[in-house]
Design a protein around this ligand. Structure first.
Ligand code: FES
Length: 160
């Protein structure tokens, strides 16, 4: 089975789970992203076919929401909150630190595919600022030291 076929087959299953209907498009896209960590073009094409909508419609939805990524992402997604509450508590210094440590800028993925860096505006945990979300874990009151520890742990464990 080629990679493209398996992406399409997996996507078909996802669309089916959501009733093979275009009304579930956003949930379908969320599921596809959860499965592949981004939205592969083959998956969008397969989803459009299965939901019987033009590819442009699915592509439009995929590009409209910033939560969706059309580019492959690393196994661990680091999201630095740059919202006001986090910003005043030093979020940009934390961003610098992540950029230097991982050697990538927001929107990029490390060569070993382990980390992708992203910035977001408020993740709804302002009281804990500055906040960094790694995959689904919220890390509040983030410090330079904590960053080293977290990255070290992930590197030791391999993919989370
Ligand atoms: S501003 Fe960072 S969680 Fe709200």
């Amino acid at each position: 089975m080629t990679k493209a076929m398996s992406v399409a087959a997996k996507t078909k299953q996802i669309v089916k789970k959501h009733g093979n209907d275009k009304s579930g498009m956003i949930a379908v896209l969320q599921d596809i992203q959860e499965t592949f960590n981004y939205l592969p073009k083959e998956a969008l094409k397969a989803a459009a076919k299965a939901m019987k909508v033009p590819f442009s419609r699915v592509y439009e939805a995929a590009t409209f929401y910033t939560a969706f990524s059309l580019k492959p992402r690393g196994k661990n997604i680091v999201k630095i909150c740059l919202g006001t509450a986090c910003h005043v508590r030093g979020a940009s210094a934390l961003q610098d630190k992540f950029e230097r440590t991982l050697g990538i800028k927001p929107g990029e993925t490390t060569k070993d595919n382990k980390f992708s860096l992203e910035t977001v505006n408020c993740v709804g945990a302002c009281a804990l600022g500055p906040v960094v979300v790694i995959n689904t874990d919220y890390h509040g009151q983030m410090t330079m030291k904590k960053i080293d520890k977290i990255i070290d742990n992930i590197n030791k464990e391999g993919a989370q």
